[in-house]
Each structure stands twice: as C-alpha cells, then as structure tokens.
Design a protein around this ligand. Structure first.
Ligand SMILES: *Cc1c(COP(=O)(O)O)cnc(C)c1O
Length: 511
C-alpha cells in the first residue's frame, strides 16, 4: 500500500471488533432471548452434566487459534450452547454445594451495563459516577448489617481477597515498625520471634494463604481449639496470647468467624472483641458467608460483638446473591486502607486539586488493584431491587428451610442429623446395624456424595464433623423450596440404600 492508501484507510477505520449499534442490538436481543429461555428451563435441567474432563475437552474440541475471524452471532450461538449444556448450574433450585449462591438475574444485566460503560474504578477521574456508587454500596452494606455507616471499604473479587485486605490493613496498623518500608524484620538475635495470628481451628484456608504470601509463614498462625459448640475457645485464646507475649512474640490480629465455612458456626465475637481491646490487637471478622444474616433482628445475640470489629470481610457473591465475582471488606476507618495501600506514583494525577469540593476517593489507594472493574453496580442494583426487607426475607427463608431439613432428617430413619447453623445443615446416611461403625459409615457417605454429585439430581458437598464424614447442605439459594427438601431426602434414602446394598455384596454379606 502506498502512503496515500494507508492514510485513507486509517482515516476511515473499520476495526473488526468495532460492532456498530444496530448490529449490537440484534446480537444482544438474540442472546437475551437465549438467556431467558435458559432461565425458564433451568429447574428442569440436571444440576450438572457430570461429564469428566476428557468428555468436556472433546466437546470443546482441540483447535488452534483462529487465523481469521468468525461471525459474532455464530460465536454467541456456540458459546451459549457449550455453557447451557455442559455446566454446573449453581442457580438451580437444587444446588446446595459449598457456599455458592443462586445469582440474581438483575445482576447479569448489571454486568452487561458495567462492561458497556467499562469504567475503571481505580480513580475518581476515570470513573466519577461508578466511584460514588461504589462508596454508596459500601455504606448500604454497612447499613444492612448494622455496622457503622461512616466506615471505609472496597469491593474485591471475593472472600479471600477481602480477608487479605483486612489482614494487610491490620498489620500496617498494629505493627509498630515501618513494615511497608522495612518488611518483616527483627533486631539481631530475635530471629525466632514472630508476628502472631490467632484464629479457631477450621478457619477458612485464606489465613494460611495470607500468612504464606505476606511473609509470616504458617507457623505464625496460632490455631486455637474450639469449645463444645465448635466456637473459638476464648480462654485458650487469652492463654495463648499471654504465652506468646512472654516469649517475646508480637501478636497483632485475631480472626473471628461469623459463619464458619464448614458448619456455619459463629464465634463468640463479643468476647473476642474484649480480648482484642485488652491486648491492643486488630479484630477481624471473617463473615464472607454469614455476615448478611446479621441483618435479621432475631440474630442480634448470635452476632453480638461484630460491631467492634476493625475489619469485616463479606461476600456479596454468597449471601447477597450477586453473580460471581463480588467480595467486599469493611473497615472501621477508611484511613486504615490508605495507610496500608496508598501509593502516589508520578504518572498518576488523581488528587483532584483542580476540582472544587471534597477530595475525590481513588480506590487504587484502598486496596491491591489499580485498574478495577465496577463490581459494586450489580450489588447496588440488587440492594435497590430487594431493599433491606427483601434481603431479610430471602435470608430468613434460607435459614428456615435449613432448619426444616434438619428437623425432617432428625425424624427419618436411616438418616442422622449432625449440625445446623445459619443455613447449613449436615447429616449422614446410617443403615441399620451400622450406626456405630464409623469407618463403614464414612466410606458409605463419601461414596454416596460422589454418586449424588455425578448424578446431578441434587448437589451437596461434605463436612467432616468429629471425624465423621457428613453430607452438607448450604442453602444460599432463593429458588429452593420445601418441595426440594422432600426430594432431597427421598433421593438420599434411595441412593444410600442402593450403595449400602452394593457395598454389602462386595463385602460378601447378604444384605
Ligand atoms: C467462602 C469463604 C471464604 C473465601 O471466599 P471466596 O469468595 O471463595 O474467595 C472465606 N471465608 C469464609 C468463611 C468463606 O465462607
């Protein structure tokens, strides 16, 4: 091409990705039609196709990078077909595994809107309205759970990142040396000392990741025993803190669980907060799962003490039913975040000195990311759609269903009810004459879970309780109803009986 031709082409660019408005409209309408049909069909589908990695790989096909482009409508057709037919659907009324919620449809539309405007919520100047909406969403979440309204906070990808953010704020605030500059250093001859971390046994694995990744090492974690109610033993906590101090270690953070990942236990947060005050330690609450349940007036006692927390991690993509990803951390004082994370590089000019009014909030100074997506919008829209009352109703119903399941199981022969907290119930299948053979029961229930997960009629996960392998149902699902509980019980009874029979045959026992 000669120079003139190049210039002419560049003055009328026709980039392949630059879909025009009318074509966008056609594509989007077609896709939305397919999504709506998928939503309608969802309850009649299996929870998961249960296909193994090789099958999935074969369906996708091993293909090289396309050299030239394909038509967008065909690509959308292919993507929807692959996903609608070969996924696990956590929006299915009978999905109750791990802690993954059904996602509000409005959240899906919000994400489309977010991607369309594509605000970079790292700095006010790059995302004026998005920044303000994120601030308001943080405030609304604080209001929902009854934490102080003028707290600071930031949206992150999920619970791990939310807890990491609280952890880093804690260590900057509580460790007296200039850790951002010096790193973790001790005086000569003090190598054996540690900055120590306290949490109950069974705390989510994020704490190990944090201790490793941020240079403390997992040995700095003090795993405190739990009491008979499986809560952190606060007496043991105090003893351990005192022992560590005597040995020259430097305690800096205690983590309280507000809904443990396995069984939904809430620690005695009020007692922990008092211990933190006495010893001048940071009180972090991991409420990734359970914190929204603090919005229920009947739960006031259960959560007592969380308002004293210096930081709280909470996952909107769990019990606020947001599409993944959405985690957030609240801190008592926004300054705790900037102290830990703020940099002001010379290539950023975000101070807003040229503007009248308040100094703008630049979220890159509040956390680990610079360029940031607008995760808050979907949560903001959902909070508006449901309101505080709507959320209280949904969460309360999840809890009621979980309690109901526990009661039903308790009176069903061959089923043993194990634990029930918040919206998590655990139980196991126990055939007659095997009620004391835990080794056999563990094998049977593990096989049963594998079978149920493959089969896709219902989806549960597991919990190990006092060495017993239990089935675990966590309801963070606004589509689940009472009928689904009855179905679950019948399926577990039927499949449990069948598997037990097979195991008996294998053992050469005539069942
Ligand atoms: C789910 C969960 C986490 C981790 O959250 P992700 O969003 O999966 O990163 C941490 N703590 C608790 C108590 C959780 O339930």
């Amino acid at each position: 091409m000669n120079n003139f031709a190049v210039m002419e082409r560049l003055s009328q660019r026709n980039a392949v990705l630059n879909v025009q408005a009318s074509e966008f409209k056609t594509l989007a309408y077609e896709m939305v039609d397919q999504i709506a049909a998928f939503m309608e069909e969802l309850p009649n589908k299996k929870v998961t196709s249960g296909e193994n990695p090789n099958a999935i790989k074969a369906i996708l096909g091993e293909r090289n990078l396309p050299t030239s482009g394909e038509a967008p409508n065909e690509i959308i057709g292919e993507a929807t077909n692959l996903l609608f037919n070969h996924s696990l659907f956590n929006g299915h009324p009978r999905f109750w595994g791990y802690i993954t919620s059904s996602a509000a449809p409005l959240g899906a539309l919000a994400d489309l809107l977010v991607a369309s405007v594509n605000a970079n919520v790292g700095a006010f100047a790059l995302s004026p309205m998005a920044t303000e909406i994120e601030k308001q969403t943080i405030q609304w979440i604080a209001e929902l759970i009854g934490y102080q309204k003028n707290c600071g906070g930031i949206f992150v990808s999920g619970g791990n990142m939310a807890n990491f953010t609280g952890f880093l704020a804690a260590r900057k605030h509580k460790i007296s040396t200039d850790i951002r500059r010096e790193g973790i250093v001790f005086e000569k001859g003090e190598e054996a000392k540690q900055y120590t971390i306290y949490c109950a046994k069974g705390t989510h694995t994020w704490i190990e990741k944090a201790a490793e990744l941020f240079g403390h090492g997992t040995n700095a974690i003090r795993w405190i025993n739990t009491n008979r109610k499986q809560q952190l033993d606060t007496l043991a906590l105090e003893n351990q803190i005192e022992k560590d101090k005597q040995e020259g270690h430097i305690p800096f953070i205690v983590i309280g669980n507000a809904g443990s990942v396995s069984t939904g236990i809430i620690d005695e947060l009020d007692k922990i907060s008092v211990i933190c005050k006495i010893h001048n330690l940071w009180f972090h609450v991991d409420g990734a799962y359970g914190m929204p349940a603090a919005a229920l007036p009947e739960n006031i006692n259960l959560f007592k003490g969380y308002k004293e927390a210096d930081s709280i991690a909470l996952d909107p993509h769990k019990w606020l039913y947001s599409p993944i990803e959405a985690g957030c951390v609240l801190v008592k004082n926004p300054q705790y975040l900037t102290e830990a994370f703020s940099f002001k590089p010379e290539y950023y000019k975000f101070d807003g000195e040229q503007m009248d009014g308040d100094t703008p909030v630049n979220f890159h100074e509040y956390g680990m990311q610079n360029s940031r997506g607008f995760r808050a919008l979907k949560v903001w829209m959902m909070l508006k759609q449901a309101g505080k009352e709507g959320y209280i109703d949904m969460i309360r119903e999840d809890i009621s269903l979980s309690k109901k399941l526990f009661e039903l199981i308790d009176v069903t022969s061959n089923l043993e009810a194990c634990t029930q907290n918040l919206s998590i119930a655990t139980f196991r299948y126990v055939p007659e004459e095997y009620s004391t053979d835990n080794e056999y029961l563990n094998r049977l229930n593990e096989k049963l879970l594998e079978h149920l997960q493959q089969d896709g009629e219902v989806f549960l996960s597991n919990a190990i309780i006092d060495g017993n392998y239990c089935l675990r149902m966590c309801i963070v699902n606004f589509r689940t109803s009472y009928t689904d509980l009855i179905a679950l019980i019948n399926i577990v009874l039927k499949e449990g009986k069948k598997l037990h029979g097979n195991m008996q045959l294998q053992l050469g026992i005539n069942a």
